[in-house]
Write a protein that binds this ligand. Structure first.
Ligand code: SAH
Ligand code: SF4
Length: 429
C-alpha cells in the first residue's frame, strides 16, 4: 500500500515501524517523527516565536529581564508587523545591540524551491525546510479576498482515498516557525508590509488598521498538506502568533482550520485556537466514509457530528463548514444529499456545505461527479434550507487545487502511480 511505496521512493529515512502499520488508514497521530535539524551556524531562528519566547531567549543570551522584555516587544513588532528580516533595519534598537542580535539569532523564512502562477492568478510555492523537507502553499486571489492555503505537516498520516497528499506518508510535523513562515513569505511575495520607519512603539496602536483592508492576503485556510489537529500544539502556537494584534493581526474570523474529523481535539481547537472550523465530511454513511475517509473507523459519524454541535463558538454567524468532495457514483446520489440535510438538522447544526468537485490527480481511482449531478445535489441541500455552494476549482493547471498538494520529492513516475492505483483498487475490492 501507499506507505511502502512512498518509503521505497522517498529519499528520507524510513520512519519507525509503527508508522508502517495499519494501512489503509493510518489514523494515529505521530507527534514529531523526525527531530528538527539545528542550524549549522548555531543561531536560533526567531520565526514563529511569541514575545515571551523571544524574551526568554534574550535572557538566556545574557540580557537582564527588563531589557529582554523591552527588546522582545520591539523585535516582535519588527518581525511580524513590519516583516523585517535583518536586525540592522530595526531603527529603535540601539546600534551596538544589532550586531549582538545578528550573532545569535536569525529571522528565517522557508526556502522557496519553486514558485508557480496559474492562468487564473492562483500561485503555488514549493517550500523547503532547513532539514530539506518539502511542503506546499497556495495563494488564491478573488475579487473580495485573498486566501492563503497553508500546510501543517509534510505528508499526512491519514490516507483519504481521494487525496493526493494521502498517498504520502507523514514525514514530520511542521514547526510553528515553518507554519508562520508561510504567511510571512506570502506577505513578502505580495509586497504587503507597512512602509516607513517605526521610531516609537505605541501600545495603543490600532492593529486593526493594518489587517485585511486593502491587503491582498486577507484569509488563511489550514487546508494544505497535513491534518492540522494531529499537529495541534504547533498549529495553535502558530495561529496565536498570526492572530496577535501587534504582529500580523489576522482576525480569528478570517482563519479556517479544516479537519478530517479528529474528534478528541475539536473542542480544544475551539477553546484554544478559536478559529472557524471546516470538517471534511465527504460521506453520510458509515460504509462510504469508512472507505474514503479512513479516520471514520476510529471516530464515527455520530461522534463527529456531536463534536460539531458542541464546537465552542459555533453559531449562526459562525457556521461550521462541511466539505463534501463530489465523487462519481460514490457519494453523490439524491439520497446522499437528503441524508446530509437530515444529519445536519438532526444535530441542530449551524452549518453550511461546501461542495468540492473532485480534483483528479495521476493515479487517482475516482472520478468527479458530472456537473448536472453536482448541481442537483446542491439544489437538494439548498432546498433543505442549508447553503451548499459548489467550490470553483482554482489553479488546476499548476496542480494547486484542493487535495493535489504533494512535495516534489514524493512525486512518482507514471509507472509507480499506475501500480499504486492498482493496489488501491485491489484494496477496495
Ligand atoms: N487534512 C485536512 C485539511 C487538508 S485537505 C482535511 O482533510 O480536512 C483540505 C480539503 O481538500 C479537505 O476537505 C479534503 O478532503 C479536500 N480534498 C482532498 N483531496 C481532494 C481532491 N483530490 N479533490 C477535491 N478535494 C480534495
Ligand atoms: Fe490527510 Fe486531509 Fe488528505 Fe485526508 S484529505 S489524507 S486528512 S490531507
Amino acid at each position: 500500500m501507499t506507505t511502502q511505496t512512498s518509503a521505497e521512493t522517498s529519499p528520507v529515512p524510513a520512519p519507525e515501524a509503527s508508522m508502517d502499520m495499519a494501512i489503509p488508514g493510518h489514523i494515529d497521530p505521530v507527534p514529531v517523527p523526525r527531530p528538527i535539524t539545528p542550524r549549522a551556524d548555531g543561531r536560533a531562528d526567531l520565526m514563529g516565536l511569541m514575545r515571551e519566547d523571544i524574551a526568554a531567549l534574550l535572557e538566556t543570551a545574557g540580557l537582564d529581564r527588563k531589557q529582554a522584555k523591552l527588546r522582545s516587544k520591539q523585535l516582535f513588532h519588527w518581525i511580524y508587523h513590519r516583516g523585517v528580516t535583518d536586525f540592522d533595519s530595526m531603527t529603535d534598537i540601539a546600534k551596538q545591540m544589532r550586531p549582538w542580535l545578528e550573532e545569535r539569532f536569525v529571522i528565517g523564512r522557508p526556502q522557496v524551491v519553486e514558485a508557480q502562477v496559474s492562468s487564473d492568478g492562483t500561485r503555488k510555492w514549493l517550500l523547503r525546510t532547513d532539514d530539506a523537507q518539502e511542503y506546499e502553499m497556495v495563494f488564491i486571489p478573488d475579487a473580495d479576498r485573498g486566501t492563503l492555503c497553508i500546510s501543517s505537516q509534510v505528508g499526512c498520516t491519514l490516507n483519504c482515498r481521494f487525496c493526493y497528499t494521502g498517498t504520502m506518508r507523514l514525514v514530520r510535523n511542521l514547526t510553528p516557525g515553518e507554519i508562520v513562515g508561510q504567511v510571512m513569505l506570502a506577505r513578502d511575495a505580495l509586497g504587503e508590509w507597512p512602509k516607513g520607519a517605526m521610531d516609537q512603539l505605541d501600545d495603543d496602536e490600532d492593529a486593526a488598521s493594518y489587517t485585511a483592508d486593502g491587503r491582498l492576503l486577507t484569509n488563511i485556510v489550514l487546508m494544505g498538506m497535513g491534518e492540522p489537529l494531529y499537529n495541534f500544539d504547533n498549529v495553535r502556537d502558530a495561529m496565536k502568533v498570526v492572530m496577535h494584534g501587534d504582529g500580523l493581526a489576522l482576525s480569528k474570523r478570517r482563519i479556517t482550520l479544516s479537519t478530517s474529523g479528529v474528534v478528541p481535539l475539536m473542542a480544544r481547537c475551539g477553546e484554544e485556537i478559536g478559529v472557524n472550523l471546516a470538517v471534511s465530511l465527504h460521506a453520510v454513511t458509515k460504509e462510504v466514509r469508512d472507505e474514503i475517509v479512513p479516520i471514520n473507523r476510529k471516530f464515527g459519524l455520530e461522534e463527529l457530528l456531536q463534536a460539531c454541535a458542541d464546537y465552542p463558538g459555533a453559531s449562526n454567524a459562525r457556521r461550521i463548514t462541511f466539505e463534501y468532495v463530489m465523487l462519481k457514483d460514490k457519494n453523490d446520489t439524491d439520497d446522499d444529499a437528503r441524508e446530509l440535510v437530515r444529519l445536519i438538522k438532526g444535530y441542530g447544526l449551524a452549518a453550511k456545505v461546501n461542495l468540492i468537485p473532485f480534483n483528479p490527480w495521476p493515479g487517482a481511482i475516482y472520478e468527479c461527479s458530472d456537473p448536472e449531478r453536482i448541481k442537483r445535489f446542491s439544489d437538494i441541500v439548498f432546498e433543505g434550507g442549508i447553503s451548499a455552494p459548489v467550490r470553483t476549482p482554482r489553479g488546476r493547471d499548476i496542480m494547486a487545487a484542493c487535495g493535489q498538494l504533494k512535495s516534489a520529492s514524493e512525486k512518482k513516475s507514471r509507472a509507480e502511480l499506475d501500480r499504486l492505483a492498482e493496489e488501491k483498487q485491489a484494496a477496495l475490492g
